[in-house]
Design a protein around this ligand. Sequence first.
Ligand SMILES: [Mg+2]
Length: 375
Amino acid sequence: MEIIDVETAVLGSAVDAASLPAQVGDRELDISSVVVRVHTDEGITGLGESFYRSKENNMFLAKSIDAMSRHIIGKDPEDVKAIWHELYLHVKRAGAYGALSAIDEALWDIKGKEVGKPVYQLLGGQTNEVKAYATFPVDKTAEELIDYASWLSDKGFQAMKIGAGYGIKEDRHRIKTIMDNIPDDFGLAIDANTSYSYNDAAKVAKTASEYEVEWFEEPISHTDLEGQAELNRKFTVPISGYQTHTPHYPALDHLKAKSLDIYQPSVDYVGGITGAMRVAGLVEAFDKEMVPHALGPAINYAASLHVAAASRQCRLIEFAVLDDDLEDPGTYISGPYIENRDAIHVEDGGTIDPPEGPGLGVTIDEDIFEESRVD
Ligand SMILES: [Mg+2]
């Protein structure tokens, strides 16, 4: 059987809204709903329903279902668990937390523009010099990565991160080959994006520790705190993560479990600047490090730079080098709709500062912005 179509409908409430006291003041709650109809090629239609207790919230819910539905068209509806897991991977990185984060960034932008100051000043001012580490060369062999590292090193980058999770043998080969051949003062980090089991991750962590790899990012599932804590305790390579945590509360559990040495919140789904600064406060209380997960796009990247500058335990941030033909790998090439992209730039020596203009410090080129739209 195959899923051929997914339809959503937002329905009004059959009962009057009741006003209930809540943390955010009285809320009008009704029983309006979103119905989903999943159609199959065998003529069977599945019905599902959820609700956020107001028509407006339900419009958001319906849009989320519409957006997620493209992942299930063509799939066998009998594979419920496999589909659940695929959707979960998308939902945990986007959806409502993405909305919360984007709106939060815009509110800080307003606050800064209102008083004519950059956001990092409103967050308490610059605490440290922040350096950029380069990420994420793909489709390169270990041998090619040696040249790549010296190109970055010449520019002033002091570290780069590569993918891991290619299997124990290949990961070990890459670590050894690169670490034996890159400049002494240039660091290598590896990121398995949660792809390993504990036992396999332990084997890679052993090699990473021997070769003094900077950190081993997301070695195993984000839910396995005990496994992370075990890796962190047994091996000297710092364990880092998790870019999918939402909002700041998971950081506290990880800090108490000593499961991570480096925290990597994503400003784009941890709950924006407010959420990321709360992670920063917790991480500071436990004297760990924060290295924000930050892969463009431009407005969000600017927000991430303000967070990094204002966080005492943050001295490093991710910087995407997306083209190895550039003369200067510190050039920011994502976000053509930002007219002052030059305000985001890795300086010689590897430092990166937030834009100095008011608010987030980025301005939109309206023509390119309109051309870039796909909605
Ligand atoms: Mg990562």
